[in-house]
Write a protein that binds this ligand. Structure first.
Ligand SMILES: *Cc1c(COP(=O)(O)O)cnc(C)c1O
Length: 458
């Protein structure tokens, strides 16, 4: 594998941008080595500036459920671009995308488009505060809601990868209004809400947590949150920036049958262009300016290229059989991984929901991870070795042991076979010289694909 151009670009980049990157995990800090610079991509494959091809399971961290440079999405963006890149005025495309979002996600009666997931969650929290007249919010350890001050406590994604508790620069007063509780611990939520429920504007969570690896909600967790919110007039916010249009057309709320008051979107809704959105009950959304007193605006909000891309993506996804096919591919990959994990002495666990998977390399797995503390028992060094061995063989996983992988509609069964073959070699390399700690353990599940998580494995 040639790396000369990537390395020289990285040297130039580190002098110009913090860590050489514009988002921290891209710097490969936790897996070692120098990051590959991508030149172009098509379908399931990205190609770096040295000409190396990789089967890609990062998929831009989730947006590219249709794969890279999907022909319809690209053509739509090209058509939109020649008509003008931004007007800062109302357009028909905004109406068209809003119609699709509200139709596909019934809890969202009214929606506002912004330019990133961070903006969506930040605005949803402001709205919840403005609507309830309360300041506090509850979030869960390991959940990531973008880089807004209020949500950087014990957060997932890059914050987890860097192994830091939060961020410098967040005022103490801001952090004080965020109560951070363990995911899946309904007792902790009820205890807090019984005492302070009337001071809590919102409970926000990823209905399937995908930024601390993958942690699924235990049966009763989401409905328990719904009940606790109803009791005290607190708004329930589902951050579906990853799960929206990914685990089902209607997102995780469709899958679990729980209706949040507000929902945030990002990633897939822009098909790889910068889009976010927040929406919910009309009565709540009526508080947003210019109708109501909660201010929120954006020069590029509802950008015509981004709206066009979103419309094209949602229309592709709404075609019959898309999610069934993604599930088939996910299940096929899971089966292959189960064989590999068995072959290599059970070094980990594969958690999956449809086309999202999390390979949890952890010496003492007993089933699905249930919260952030669980996920942190994993072995980031083993992951780093596995990651590098795979990268050298042309498979691109996320450069962090806390991130999930994504399968797109562009991934073929051939791609998956090739990936499993390379993973077989990568396990052999990464595990060579390691003692097999799992030899004596009794049979426990090696994978899980139910939406409830495995209930009888712990
Ligand atoms: C990626 C992500 C965000 C932040 O979105 P950006 O577009 O990166 O600002 C928020 N919430 C969740 C669940 C995410 O995965």
């Amino acid at each position: 594998m040639k790396t000369k151009r990537s390395e020289s670009l990285f040297q130039r980049a580190t002098k110009l941008m913090p860590g050489g990157v514009n988002s921290p995990v891209r710097a490969f800090g936790s897996v070692g080595g120098s990051p590959v610079f991508i030149d172009h991509a098509q379908g399931s494959t990205v190609t770096d500036v040295d000409g190396n091809d990789y089967l890609d399971y990062v998929c831009s961290w989730g947006p590219l459920i249709l794969g890279h440079a999907h022909p319809t999405v690209v053509a739509t963006i090209q058509e939109a671009a020649v008509q003008g890149t931004s007007f800062g005025a109302a357009t028909e495309k905004e109406v068209e995308l809003a119609e699709r979002v509200t139709r596909l996600v019934p809890s969202v009666e009214v929606v506002r488009f912004v330019s990133s997931g961070t903006e969506a969650t930040m605005s949803a929290l402001r709205l919840a505060r403005g609507f309830t007249g309360r300041d506090r919010c509850i979030k869960f350890s390991g959940c990531y809601h973008g880089h807004t001050d209020a949500f950087l406590t014990d957060a997932g994604s890059g914050v987890a990868t860097l192994g830091i508790p939060g961020s410098a620069g967040v005022p103490e007063g801001t952090a004080r209004d965020t109560i951070t509780l363990p995911y899946n611990d309904i007792d902790a939520v009820e205890a807090y809400m019984t005492e302070h429920g009337e001071e809590v504007a919102a409970i926000i969570l990823e209905p399937i947590a995908c930024n601390m690896g993958m942690v699924k909600p235990k049966p009763g967790f989401l409905s328990g949150l719904r009940r606790a919110c109803d009791k005290s007039g607190t708004l329930l916010i589902f951050d579906e920036v990853i799960t929206g249009f990914r685990v089902a057309l209607g997102g995780a709320q469709e899958l679990y049958g729980i209706k949040p008051d507000l929902t945030t979107f990002g990633k897939i809704i822009g098909a790889g262009l910068p889009v976010g959105a927040y929406g919910g009950r009309a009565e709540i959304m009526a508080k947003v300016a210019p109708m109501g007193p909660v201010y929120q605006a954006g020069t590029l909000s509802g950008n015509p290229l981004a709206m066009a891309a979103g419309i094209a993506a949602l229309d592709e996804l709404a075609k019959p059989g898309v999610y069934e096919s993604l599930e088939e591919k996910g299940a096929y990959f899971e089966k292959g991984m189960a064989n590999l994990l068995e072959k290599y002495g059970r070094p980990g666990f594969l958690n999956r929901c449809g086309s999202i998977f999390y390979l949890w390399l952890c010496p003492e797995v007993e089933g699905c991870p249930k919260d952030y503390a669980d996920v942190k028992r994993g072995d980031p060094e083993l992951y780093a070795s596995f990651f590098r061995a795979l990268l050298n063989r042309g498979v691109y996983l996320a450069p962090s042991s806390f991130e999930v992988g994504f399968i797109s509609t562009a991934h073929t069964f051939d791609d998956l076979d090739k990936t499993l073959e390379k993973m077989d070699e990568a396990f052999a390399q990464a595990l060579s010289g390691r003692a097999n700690t799992q030899a004596s353990s009794q049979k426990r599940p090696l994978t899980c694909s139910t939406i409830a998580g495995c209930t009888d494995c712990k």
